[in-house]
Write a protein that binds this ligand. Structure first.
Ligand SMILES: Nc1ncnc2c1ncn2[C@@H]1O[C@H](COP(=O)(O)OP(=O)(O)OP(=O)(O)O)[C@@H](O)[C@H]1O
Ligand SMILES: [Mg+2]
Length: 357
């Protein structure tokens, strides 16, 4: 019998290798993103969590290619195998909207107050796709229906200021989805919304993402949001990824003291006890300590932690932590943490796993 052909290698949709973003400022260099390596498979959702200033937005802006000229970017950002950092400015701009698009935290920054929703959607569609005006209008209506805007036809004629915050964010999501990008970046997309609207928007993103097998990288400081939407979670601290893995593993059995601190600090629905904030503050990115950046705030840090950068320690299948004490932490319950991932643990092999022959 002939040998069966080798199993195909499933390329991830997005692969970051050693990505760094350093801003040049009057007071010195700011390494906002430092040596970030991760993989996002087709049809997967990854949440990036971390405190304010940890580099979450800087990471998304670097992937989208919208950093100011003061930013020096290095490493590799492979989208379907093509390194975005090697593209010309024009080729890079061409990917935005069409291959990669972004939903920003504040819908008003993405919408122009002087144009109607229809004008803005039609403009976005026609910039990237060979559509006539009538066809683009029809697509605009379909997009508003896709994001479940009631009375979509009349909303097309509205100006952004005539809509509620939740409706505006739906329009922004519709714009981001207009050209059916393979990768959607979402920077705190629901932070400005109240909790019920937030839940509806997250459900919507998840539903559309599943239907289109889109990859989503979502930034949030809220673990409940990550638990509700993500398959995988990356935890960022001082510009670096410090823990990474499937959401249920990272949230239920964190292997980094910082993740544990975030969990204990999170306010959860129905929680009886007061959340405990992480003592101290994140370090200045311009004066990072020589060892682990979290050591000054960490209750399990030892002398070694202050002296050298922690290596990446495997804490389970597909899970790692940059902590010398990771193995001791995994499995130790986190006080007050009662989060549960909102969706079932995947039972099929991870879509981004590589089959090597
Ligand atoms: N254009 C810039 N020039 C100089 N420094 C910058 C620039 N953009 C971001 N930074 C710095 O990079 C660091 C990371 O910022 P970033 O906006 O990515 O944080 P974040 O994790 O998104 O925080 P937040 O949760 O508050 O949105 C901060 O110290 C910030 O001051
Ligand atoms: Mg941000």
């Amino acid at each position: 019998m002939a040998a069966s052909p080798p199993a195909p290698v499933t390329e991830p949709l997005l692969e970051l290798r050693g990505v760094r973003t350093v801003f040049r400022t009057g007071s010195g260099d700011v390494p906002a993103v430092d040596d970030v390596t991760l993989e996002l498979g087709h049809g997967r959702v990854m949440a990036i969590i971390g405190e304010s200033g940890s580099g979450k937005s800087a990471l998304l802006r670097t992937i989208l290619g919208i950093q100011p000229p003061t930013a020096r970017e290095s490493g590799e950002i492979l989208l379907d195998g093509r390194d975005l950092l090697t593209l010309s400015k024009k080729a890079r701009a061409d990917t935005r909207g069409r291959l990669v698009s972004m939903v920003f935290q504040d819908p008003m920054t993405a919408l122009d107050p002087v144009f109607t929703v229809e004008e803005q959607l039609v403009e976005t569609l026609r910039r990237h796709l060979p559509l006539g005006r009538a066809e683009a209008r029809r697509r605009a209506l379909e997009l508003l229906e896709l994001v479940q805007i009631p009375a979509a036809a009349s909303r097309l004629k509205a100006y952004p200021f005539e809509m509620s915050g939740g409706m505006r964010q739906r329009v922004v999501i519709a714009m981001a989805l207009a050209c059916e990008p393979a990768l959607l970046l979402a920077d705190e997309p629901t932070t400005a919304l109240d909790v019920t609207v937030q839940a509806k928007i997250l459900d919507l993103v998840r539903e559309i993402q599943r239907e289109r097998r889109m990859g989503v990288l979502i930034v949030t400081h809220d673990l409940a949001v990550a638990a509700a939407i993500a398959d995988d979670v990356g935890v960022m601290y001082a510009g670096r990824l410090v823990e990474y893995g499937p959401v249920e593993k990272v949230i239920l059995e964190p292997g980094h003291p910082y993740t544990r601190g975030l969990l204990a600090a999170n306010v959860l629905p129905g929680q009886q006890t007061r959340p405990r904030s992480i003592p101290g503050a994140p370090p200045s990115l311009q004066r990072l300590p020589p060892g682990c950046a979290f050591a000054p705030r960490c209750d399990v840090a030892t002398v070694e932690c202050w002296e050298r950068q922690p290596p990446q320690v495997t804490t389970g299948p597909g899970t790692w932590s940059r902590c010398l004490h990771a193995q001791e932490l995994v499995g130790v319950p986190v006080p007050q943490a009662g989060l549960r991932p909102d969706h079932p643990t995947p039972t099929t092999p991870r879509e981004n796993s590589r089959v090597r022959t």
